[in-house]
Design a binder for this molecule. Structure first.
Ligand code: ADP
Ligand code: MG
Length: 365
């Protein structure tokens, strides 16, 4: 089921009439989520991710704009008629019910022709439980399950009605690191098997990048960029997106364009054809540094960390906005640790420059 959002906006009203504290949680979202895909909705805490999911499933009313599932306008439809399965961050399982009863619960309020017999409900619950591989625990209570298992029950419950759309709100945040990795692979598998259009919300860029067909990066209620994870990483539209994606993060410097050359301090580090003279922010990905004795960019060497396949070179420069430059170079390139300086050339595709006022990307040839 394709999902289309048209100028979707949610404004929470003033709570205090003396001061203006209206909150635009979701600001003019327009985008289309293709049928059968897994979308990562990514952004820092408080940027409006949960509000977006609540609008799509109908727990919140939109202030303006429209939501379509396929050709159906569901903007005003009550939640139970939308055919959405939702998994909340805290699972919200019923503690006094067994796993089976929890999974069956949404089937109990089907009415009229859709009403199911107890046997039909049990069969459907078992099918959903098998899909998330929790079927051997049907008689247990949630308290008798690990966090990862509880999460599976929550996913099975969201899937039991065969929803048109599956919404997952930070589904992995309560799990430890190992389980998080395993469960995210599991979610990917379930999504592939069921082909249900899925929106996966997270503030963790690595999580979003690793399992999504497409990511939507947002900040303070505004969509910043939409695309395939690798495309957004390679081609960030603005400084926020460039900084939000990537570990270690992109290194950001104060810089300047003079005579179609890019300067960091005294060093002319790159040709930037077609760019007018101006002060800029310069972002350099850790993998954009190439160690070279006669390199154009001189930094103060701090330390070298061996990581097996790669080496992490930590250095400093006065123009850096931050504490240290993190560069990643292949392990076979040896760094002279007796020298106080380290010199690099830069890979042009890994260097992005940004307008200092708007922080929008400036493109160069
Ligand atoms: P996220 O899920 O990305 O962390 P939310 O969607 O929960 O963000 O919240 C977005 C913004 O809307 C936040 O600034 C939050 O404080 C505000 N907000 C959320 N719910 C309400 C509400 N019921 N009333 C007023 N403001 C709200
Ligand atoms: Mg949230």
């Amino acid at each position: 089921m394709k999902i289309v959002l048209e100028h979707l906006t949610k404004i929470y009203p003033n709570r205090n009439r003396k001061i203006k504290d209206e909150k635009i949680a979701v600001n003019d979202f327009t985008f289309e989520i293709p049928d059968g895909k897994l979308i990562g909705l990514l952004g820092p805490s408080g940027c409006g991710k949960s509000t977006t999911l609540n609008l799509i499933c109908g727990l919140e009313d939109a202030t303006s704009g429209k939501i379509f599932f396929g050709e159906d306008d569901v903007t005003k439809a009550p939640p139970e008629n939308r055919g959405v399965g939702m998994v909340f961050q805290n699972y919200a399982l019923y503690p006094h019910m067994t796993v089976e009863q929890n999974i069956m619960f949404p089937l109990g309020n089907l009415k009229g022709e859709a009403k199911l017999s107890k046997e039909q409900m049990k069969a459907k619950a078992l099918e959903a439980a098998k899909l998330v591989q929790i079927d051997e625990y049907m008689e247990r209570k949630p308290a008798e399950l690990s966090g990862g298992q509880q999460q599976r029950v929550a996913i099975a419950r969201a899937l039991v009605k065969l929803p048109r759309v599956l919404l997952l709100d930070e589904p992995l945040s309560n799990l430890d690191a190992r389980l998080r990795l395993q469960t995210r692979e599991e979610i990917r598998r379930i999504q592939r098997e069921t082909q249900i259009t899925t929106i996966f919300v997270t503030h963790d860029q690595e999580e979003a990048m690793s399992i999504s067909d497409m990511i939507v990066v947002m900040e303070t209620g505004v969509v910043q960029q939409i695309g395939k994870p690798q495309e957004v990483y390679d081609d960030p539209k603005n400084l926020f997106v460039a900084k939000f994606l990537g570990t270690p993060p992109i290194n950001v410097f104060d810089g300047e364009v003079k005579g179609e050359k890019l300067y960091i301090g005294e060093c002319a580090v790159l040709d930037v054809k077609g760019v007018a003279d101006q002060p800029v922010f310069i972002g350099i990905r850790p993998e954009g540094f190439v160690l070279a004795d006669d390199g154009v960019f001189e930094c103060k060497l701090s330390s070298v960390e061996v990581m097996g396949r790669d080496t992490s070179v930590v250095s400093k420069h006065d123009a850096l906005l931050g504490t240290e430059i993190r560069s990643i170079i292949p392990a076979e390139n040896k760094v002279d640790t007796s020298s106080p300086v380290v010199r690099f050339n830069l890979k042009p595709a890994k260097v992005h420059i940004f307008n200092k006022e708007t922080t929008e990307r400036i493109y160069f040839e």
